[in-house]
Ligand binder design. Structure first.
Ligand SMILES: [Zn+2]
Ligand SMILES: [Zn+2]
Length: 153
């Protein structure tokens, strides 16, 4: 298997999931179809894809994760399990534009915004469903908007 088809297979595996996997997880995903591919090669290819702008690297708490979705979006990291999910919101485009305008004024070259909170899975594991519903009803406000824009694996 030549270098470009290796890279192609890694990109395809990354784009097939929404979980923002680590390099180790991507290695595990492609290992069955490419048993001779080493972890070091997966790391190298991922860095090349990031440098080419085809893949986004997400650095935060814990290890570096990768995202094959090129559409502009933001991320939410679960403060319990560390999973990263996508946030697609029109309103956040305004934030991005404001940051872009501010960067030269602040003499900065880049800025990354990451949201944190508890993911749907961890929330479900912690709080029985009926409790969640009653708490929301007491507050008189059901926060459905947030759920519409967050896609959890
Ligand atoms: Zn979680
Ligand atoms: Zn993403």
């Amino acid at each position: 298997m030549n270098r470009s088809s290796q890279r192609e297979a890694i990109l395809k595996a990354l784009r097939s999931v929404k979980s923002h996997p680590t390099a180790d997880e991507i290695y595990a995903m492609v290992h069955d179809s490419m048993p001779r591919l080493s972890l070091a090669t997966v790391y190298r290819n991922l860095e090349q894809l990031v440098n080419a702008g085809m893949v986004t690297a997400i650095d935060g708490a814990g290890s570096r994760r990768f995202d094959g979705n090129a559409a502009p979006h933001h991320h939410k990291r679960c403060s319990v399990c560390g999973s990263v999910s996508d946030i697609f919101s029109e309103e956040l485009h305004h934030l991005d534009n404001a940051i872009e305008r501010l960067l030269p004024l602040l003499e900065c070259s880049a800025c990354s915004v990451e949201f944190s909170g508890i993911c749907g899975k961890c929330r479900a594991a912690e709080t029985p469903f009926y409790e969640t519903v009653s708490v929301r009803t007491e507050r008189g406000r059901v926060n459905t908007k947030n759920e519409e824009i967050c896609y959890h694996e």
